[in-house]
Structures are given as structure tokens and as C-alpha cells.
Design a protein around this ligand. Structure first.
Ligand SMILES: Cc1cc2nc3c(=O)[nH]c(=O)nc-3n(C[C@H](O)[C@H](O)[C@H](O)COP(=O)(O)OP(=O)(O)OC[C@H]3O[C@@H](n4cnc5c(N)ncnc54)[C@H](O)[C@@H]3O)c2cc1C
Length: 366
């Protein structure tokens, strides 16, 4: 935990160097999932230089901090008072030079796709259009959808390493994998900006692809409740993975699949697509397994999408994440990140849940 003395040092540094921040800021309505306690310092550097300056200052003084982009993959907890969070939301410069586009980390991925694909006819970015990410968060996670990974046309990334050096990593140095990168694996870099290649494509085809992917996303993505996309990075259908160990439920799953997911029923349900029948089957399955205490409301789009409907406790949300995690199995990794540091104060009633999270996250990384 950061100490009061460290917090005083930070405040004085922010003031002296005129770096934008707010103190005792409530994160709940700032985050995508609409959860999160207060933070002592919510720092929003107004330029790339100020961003570098504060990161280097904190790292040199061994002060813990958390960087956030659009928070569309992270869960902050109401019961934790965080100490230092740096948001990249003010870092939005974008420059185009011939066929290279350089962009700062706080730029919206959805806007970026419109700029590269629609305004500059560049192909290979269309699948990323509906991901509510910042460029920094998307590079960290190697965001991927419909055959497009953000790393596909990436040239290089400028970042700060653990030794406070500003370095450029070429694409090959970033070790991108499926929804993974050196940034995510090591946690040793702060991403500042990136360069991407513009690859000339067919304007009409690009526009048609964006429309196609947008409609497809509408079919399976919850857009009513605050949520964080897929909780587990499952490439298979989550329900199939859940029922795979049980012959009876697998058989019912396939019957329902043919009945409700054939082209005709999909067409009939195209305005209100849902997976409610599979949710019902899942609830029966849980009852059979004597897991009947679930008070959590499932997303009508998928049991693999964590939603916040405002009525459940943090404990119930955490229990649900690990329940689905256990049911899907270890074949795929937990995609959503549970942020439990850097804490300043923790509600004592949250300690048991926090210990569960710590234990489970330790197992995840083994
Ligand atoms: C409705 C919905 C649909 C989604 N669909 C997809 C999808 O199709 N494909 C997909 O891949 N993901 C998807 N996601 C998940 C999410 O959008 C991505 O993981 C995205 O990359 C997160 O970006 P972010 O800016 O919100 O990062 P955050 O959630 O803010 O942060 C994620 C991680 O990145 C780190 N980070 C952020 N910026 C930096 C930086 N500058 N330097 C170092 N570390 C940094 C943070 O510390 C954190 O660990 C979806 C999410 C939602 C809510």
C-alpha cells in the first residue's frame, strides 16, 4: 500500500509540475462497468510529456500506480479506496504521414478505425470497429475480432520500461499472441504511442465489412447493461464448453441449438437476439450440481458476459466470475482483469472476498 507520506510527495509533485489530477475522486461512474471506490489521486496527464514525467517520477520513487484506458476490460471494486490511478483519456494526438499513422494511447479505437478505414481506405482494421477500447488498452490486450488483431498492421510502439527508459519496440519485439502481448505478460511497460501502417484497400468493401461486423456484434454483445465483453476468452461457444463434461446436457444443448439457432429462427429473432434458452438450461444444470445460491442476473446475450444490473453485491459478482471460470475450465484464460491494487484503504468486510480473489488470481498465473 502507498503511505500517506508518499501521497503527500505525489500531491506536491503534481502541483509543482502542473499535471492535471483530481483528488479523492469517485471511480464508480468513470469506469465502463460502473463500479469502483474512491481514488486518492486520479491523474489525467494533459500531454505526452506530462504522462512520461509522472510515470518516471512514480517509478523512480517506487510508488505503485495503475494505468487505465477506457476501462472496458477491468473491474474496480467499490470496497477498495485506490491510491494512484493514471488515465490516458487526454492523450489523443493523431498524425498521418504518407502511409504511416501515429497515435497516442488515449485515442478511441472505434474512432481510429473510422479514421484509418473509412477516411483513409485502409483495410485490415474493420473487425475492430465495435471494441470500446483506447489504443493503449487495445495494444496491451492485442484486441482482436473477426480476423483483425490490432497488431496486424502495427509497426512499432513507444513505451517506458521499468528502468525509466523511453524505448521503441518494433512489432516483433512486442511478442503478440491471441489477446496477449509482452505488455500484458510482463506488466513492465507503459505504452505511450504507436505507429500503424495504412494499407490501401477497396473503399466499398471496407464499408461493407464494417457494417457486417457491426451487425454480427449486435447478435452476441450485451449493449443494455454495463459489461466488459467476454469474461473468459473462449473461442468455442461458452455454453458448449460448460456442458461438455455431461452427455445429457450436451445433448439438450445441441437440440436447443438446432431449434433456436438455425438460420430461420435467427432471422425471426434478428431484432431481439438472445441466449435465454441456454441460460435456462444453465440454471437447471447448476441446480442439479447443487449450486442453487446464484442471485446473479445473467446477461440475455451470454452467460460469459458479466453484467452489472445495479442489484447485486460485489461478492456475488466475484462468485459468478469464478463459477463460470470453473465451469468453462482452464482451456481459456480469464479475460476481464480484477484490479485490487494499488490500494490505500480496504473495507474490512471485503477482506474475505479479496482473499478469494487473490487466491484465484495466483492460481490463474501458475
Ligand atoms: C462491449 C465490449 C465488447 C468487447 N469486445 C471485444 C472484442 O471483440 N475483442 C477484444 O479483444 N476485446 C473486447 N472487449 C474487451 C476490451 O474492450 C479490450 O480488452 C480492450 O483492449 C480494453 O481497452 P481499454 O482501453 O478499455 O483498457 P483498460 O480496460 O482500461 O485496461 C486494460 C489493461 O490495459 C492496461 N493499459 C491500458 N492502457 C495502457 C498503457 N497506455 N500502457 C500500459 N498498460 C495499459 C491497463 O493497465 C489494464 O491492465 C470488449 C469489451 C466490451 C465492454
Amino acid at each position: 500500500m502507498n503511505t500517506d507520506k508518499q501521497l503527500e510527495i505525489i500531491k506536491s509533485y503534481l502541483e509543482t509540475n502542473n499535471i492535471f489530477y483530481r483528488d479523492n475522486y469517485h471511480m464508480k461512474y468513470e469506469t465502463y462497468f460502473k463500479m469502483g471506490g474512491h481514488v486518492k489521486f486520479f491523474i489525467t496527464p494533459q500531454s505526452d510529456d506530462k504522462f512520461k514525467q509522472i510515470v518516471i517520477f512514480l517509478q523512480s520513487n517506487h510508488i505503485k500506480y495503475k494505468i487505465i484506458g477506457f476501462t472496458s476490460n477491468i473491474i474496480l471494486f467499490d470496497e477498495i479506496e485506490y491510491s494512484v490511478i493514471i488515465s490516458t483519456k487526454n492523450l489523443t494526438l493523431l498524425e498521418i504521414n504518407e502511409n504511416v499513422i501515429q497515435v497516442e494511447v488515449g485515442y478511441s479505437l472505434q474512432d481510429f478505425v473510422r479514421v484509418v478505414a473509412i477516411l483513409n481506405n485502409s483495410e485490415g482494421y474493420e473487425g475492430l470497429e465495435g471494441i470500446p477500447a483506447s489504443i493503449g488498452g487495445a495494444i496491451f490486450m492485442n484486441a482482436y475480432a473477426y480476423g483483425c488483431a490490432i497488431s496486424n498492421h502495427l509497426i512499432s510502439v513507444e513505451c517506458i520500461d521499468k528502468d525509466n527508459k523511453v524505448i521503441i519496440l518494433e512489432k516483433g519485439d512486442c511478442h503478440f499472441g491471441h489477446r496477449n502481448s509482452i505488455f500484458r505478460r510482463s506488466g513492465n511497460y507503459v505504452i505511450l504511442k504507436a505507429k500503424f501502417e495504412l494499407k490501401n484497400g477497396d473503399k466499398d468493401l471496407i464499408a461493407r465489412n464494417i457494417e457486417k461486423f457491426h451487425i454480427a456484434r449486435h447478435l452476441y454483445q450485451d449493449f443494455v447493461y454495463p459489461n466488459l465483453g467476454s469474461m473468459i476468452a473462449a473461442t468455442d461457444d461458452a455454453y458448449r464448453s460448460i456442458f461438455s463434461g455431461n452427455l445429457f446436457y450436451t445433448a439438450i444443448y445441441w437440440i436447443l441449438k438446432y431449434a433456436f439457432k438455425n438460420p430461420f429462427s435467427k432471422f425471426l429473432m434478428r431484432k431481439r437476439p438472445s441466449n435465454l434458452v441456454f441460460n435456462k438450461l444453465l440454471l437447471k444444470y447448476l441446480k442439479k450440481k447443487k449450486i442453487s445460491s446464484l442471485r446473479y442476473t445473467l446477461s440475455r446475450k451470454s452467460a460469459n458476459i458479466l453484467i452489472n444490473d445495479g442489484s447485486v453485491s460485489t461478492k456475488e459478482i466475484v462468485d459468478y466470475i469464478f463459477l463460470i471460470r470453473d465451469l468453462i475450465g482452464n482451456k481459456f484464460h480469464l479475460e476481464n482483469e480484477l484490479v485490487i491494487y494499488p490500494a490505500y484503504k480496504i473495507n474490512p468486510e471485503f477482506e474475505t472476498t479479496l482473499n478469494t480473489i487473490r487466491d484465484r488470481l495466483n492460481k490463474e498465473t501458475k
